[in-house]
Design a protein around this ligand. Sequence first.
Ligand SMILES: [Zn+2]
Length: 604
Amino acid sequence: MEQELTRGTVDPRYTWDLTRIFENDEAWERAFENAKKQADSLAAMAGTMKDGKQAVLAALKLENELEQALGCIYTYAMMKQHEDTTVGRYQAMLGRAGTLVSEAMARAAFLTPELLALEEGVLENYIADPDFADFDVSLSKTLRLKPHTLCAEGETLLAMASEVCSVSENVYDMLTDADMDLGTTRGEDGKKAKLTDARLHSFLISPDRAVRKAAYTRVMNGYGRLGNAIAALYAGQVKADIFSAKARKYKNCRESYLYQDDVDESVYDSLIDAVHGGIDTLAEYLRIKKEQTGLANMHMYDMYLGVDTGFDIQMDIDEAFETFLEAVKPLGADYAADASRALSERWIDVYETKNKRSGAYSTSVYSTAPYVLLNHKQTYDGLSTLCHEMGHAMHSYYSNKTQPAAKADYTIFVAEVASTLNEILLSEHLLRKYKDNRAARIMLIGNLLEHFRTTVFRQTMFAEFEHKAHLMAEAGESLTKDSLCEMYYDLNKLYYGKAAKVDKEVACEWMRIPHFYSSFYVYKYATGFCAAVALARNVLSGDPDKVAAYRRFLTLGGSMTPIEELKAAGVDMSTPQPVCEALDYFAELVMEYRQLLSEGACAQ
Ligand SMILES: [Zn+2]
């Protein structure tokens, strides 16, 4: 058993080195004061954008420097706070950093409207001018938004309305995080245990069906009791989307969201169409699960049940890191060599320590190598998380190294590609390593299949739900508990009904998905995953051109639109092909899973 460590007792080699950003807190304070002055200087440039090229260039450069400085100030305070979330000094620094960022943003807010107010053709000339090379992408984005930007008065009104428009989300969070009480349920030991939404998953993986069913039913009914209120809140969210889309002259809500990423609505539709084509394979997978777990019927509360082979991977961080480097070898020797610096140069904060932030993430500032926060466990999950976060870190590393600061940040649409691809490389590496170990292969393939089910199928079903809800509201139909529940139930029947008993309780499940308050967002999980699968297959083919194309993608940052970047990497998301390819891989894995499981009883 690992016991809880305190920060002072951890070998410093396994902590991150934040002195690369600031030598100490005093240096942070100096940077803080300096950024305030920079924000003042920038605000003083308001009204000068009409004065010509030099004035515009000076403002863009200063804004960019300020953004970098704020990135360092905020990231340093955040990471310090995450080391021990109870330290008042860093809570205060993080709070001050947040305020500084919003103040600075407010002071830079004159830029976009002033640039859009320039005479026809001026902005176009700047974009083509080599002196603006660092800013061509951001200026092009600004120009694209021109048809959807209102006059100064209109923009002020929209800004004032934005707080009102976020009431639904705020109330939903309060209702479900603070006010809702799901009571208790019975655990495997027969004792009563407190039930929360976050704990549901731990009950759903219990081998005891009564435990799964009780927790599931209680959570769904708990939401259902608030169903009229939650439906009204969601209707409010959709109405705010309609208001904003109409005010900004978009065809519809979905276009207004996808436009930000320069993604065509056809990408969304073809994702759904292609995933529908994989529903039979999903059913086959669920039937295998049902047989293997000895269930007569597969209910919605049985979905998360895994096949326990008793196999897990136990690696300390050094072994896990070596395995990661082995797994990413197909990306080229230099990738592995660059990545190997992460541990020796202390990019990673490895261990769970007292009051440290939970979970894992990667973050970076432009001027230094990236950082990774882990709470490393000696399990397959721990190893896989390391590979995932290092995928993000290396994407940032190459983008920051290659692109100017103004173009280095990549969009959410492509953000999960590099991390997921690394996870797939790890799975494939381990499947080769354990080619004669049946229990290991069942565990590895089972994990991949669950990843597919929860990312590609489940997220696409969510995407379909929110699209349908917006279409209904746009057509003037009202969104009520009954209409939303019926629609959600029908979608579950479509996705799972071929192999599972679609219990009536699932109709309320949409009420527990907070992502629906970030509209048209979840589809990016599914497209990102499919792109990663298609690209991993390219990389594993060993074709040097395909590897080089993917490696180039890692250097692109935000220098092109996400669809163009992925095209350069080797997948065309404007066609259904990458999704179909990913589903072919899913089908291959399902076949192999069936084969493995039919070879004999599991060693339990
Ligand atoms: Zn990630």
